[in-house]
Design a protein around this ligand. Structure first.
Ligand code: PL4
Length: 409
């Protein structure tokens, strides 16, 4: 009989977000009249901006005519989009060339798949709390042992991000090969400073490590002095891969388009100790396993970088960030300790009365009919914390805050 990949049996039974969905469905089935407000999964609610939608429509129109019809596109993305992305990085002070950009159908896939090009005995460091995809995909690949009672996997290096250290992870005391960093952070909403990022780049250079930098929320940074791309940091082009997405930047969670930058200068060693280009490996991986994002969607993504597209997405982001302000300030008035929500669409809060994250989830759902995400779902250091997303319709956000306040926690 065929045998399974037994690493899958080390995983917790369900992935965090479907588990939330299951609990909410059970609640709504039992309470059909409850008006549930969902601030759990970070999923956008506002429609696609007009310049982007028009560009997608125009792309579809081209496919309707024999002269402009297109079949398979380049696996790495069309040149027009790769160039627009590279130009955008350059405008942010980050040195990226068009042929270092790999367009994809999501940062979830890219941050999950990237580990394939590294050795199975690579030592992996993750922050705690963390976007679960980084952890689970390394478990699936066999880079860990079993999970302990707190859910931490043997063999992974966890870097706590807590109130005490200002959500700024400390460098590992020993050697690690792969370092996942996310800034602005999901779930804490914290942003890594320029000094902190320089420290990581210096560590990676000294230790021949690779930084996997997820900047899916970079467009939510409003302070121009903060770092948006790791490539703004001297030396990063030799040690870092960066992931970005149109999901939260331009309302593409359902549309699907993202990109990953693998500089030509970033290298790692093979088993003979020789240096190998990660750009070449990722290109080999993508061309073998991925067939590209559809042409109309890439046209829509390119429209994000036009002046009209930039103006439109800034307006949408400002809307979500006003939601974040309302949640942050409303909960603070209710005496709840809140973090994040200034340069990120997530508010990270301490559960009142020291109840567990899942207890708070159940309390909020049953008493206020508000859905959030339990902090413990992001790692053991998230226990006793809770994440609220600012991706909601304004009236629902106001209503959710008022219902939470009324609980008098
Ligand atoms: C629920 C740090 C959300 N089903 O849309 P993508 O694939 O380009 O981006 C996914 C992604 C990548 N990196 C970070 C993210 O936070 C996300 C999206 N996270 C959340 O609520 O934490 C959506 C989660 C989705 C999932 O499993 O990713």
């Amino acid at each position: 009989m065929a045998k399974i990949n037994s690493n899958y049996q080390k995983l917790a039974a369900g992935y965090l977000f479907p588990e939330i969905g299951r609990r909410v469905s059970a609640f709504t089935a039992a309470n059909p009249d409850a008006k549930v407000i969902r601030l759990g999964i970070g999923d956008v609610v506002l429609p696609l901006a007009e310049p982007i939608r028009k560009a997608i429509d125009a792309g579809v129109e081209e496919l309707g005519h024999i002269e402009s019809f297109k079949g398979y596109g380049p696996e790495q993305g069309y040149e027009f989009l790769r160039q627009a992305i590279a130009d955008h990085f350059q405008s942010q002070g980050a040195d990226v060339a068009a042929d270092e950009v790999f367009v994809s159908d999501g940062s979830k896939c890219d941050t999950g798949n990237i580990q394939e090009i590294f050795s199975t005995d690579a030592v992996v460091a993750v922050t705690d709390p963390v976007y679960p995809v980084y952890v689970d995909t390394n478990v699936m690949a066999g880079r860990t042992g079993a999970a302990d009672a707190s859910g931490r996997y043997e063999g992974l290096v966890y870097m706590p991000c807590t109130v005490e250290n200002g959500f700024d992870p400390e460098l590992p005391t020993g050697h690690v090969d792969l370092i996942y960093l996310c800034s602005p952070n999901n779930p804490t909403g914290a942003v890594l400073s320029r000094e902190a990022l320089q420290k990581w780049v210096d560590y990676a250079k000294a230790n021949e490590s690779i930084i996997l930098f997820d900047s899916a929320y970079e467009a939510y940074i409003s302070d121009p002095s903060l770092v948006r791309s790791i490539y703004e940091i001297p030396g990063a082009r030799d040690v870092a891969i960066e992931f970005r997405s149109f999901s939260k930047t331009a309302g593409f969670t359902g549309v699907r388009c993202a990109y990953t930058v693998v500089p030509k200068s970033v290298q790692a060693r093979n088993e003979n100790g020789e240096l190998v280009s990660l750009h070449t490996l990722w290109s080999r991986r993508q061309t073998t396993k991925f067939n590209g994002v559809s042409y109309p969607i890439q046209k829509g993504a390119a429209a994000v970088f036009t002046p009209e597209g930039q103006a439109a997405i800034k307006e949408t982001i400002a809307y979500y960030m006003e939601n974040a302000r309302l949640i942050r300030e409303g909960l603070a008035e209710a005496g709840i300790a809140v973090y994040g929500g200034v340069h990120a669409p997530y508010i990270w809060l301490k559960t009142p009365g020291n109840i567990t994250s899942w207890e708070f989830f159940d309390l909020l759902l049953s008493k206020a009919h508000v859905v959030g995400t339990p902090g413990s779902g992001f790692g053991s250091s998230g226990e006793g914390y809770f994440r609220l997303s600012a991706f909601g319709v304004r009236e629902n956000v106001i209503e959710a805050v008022s219902r939470i306040k009324a609980l008098k926690l």
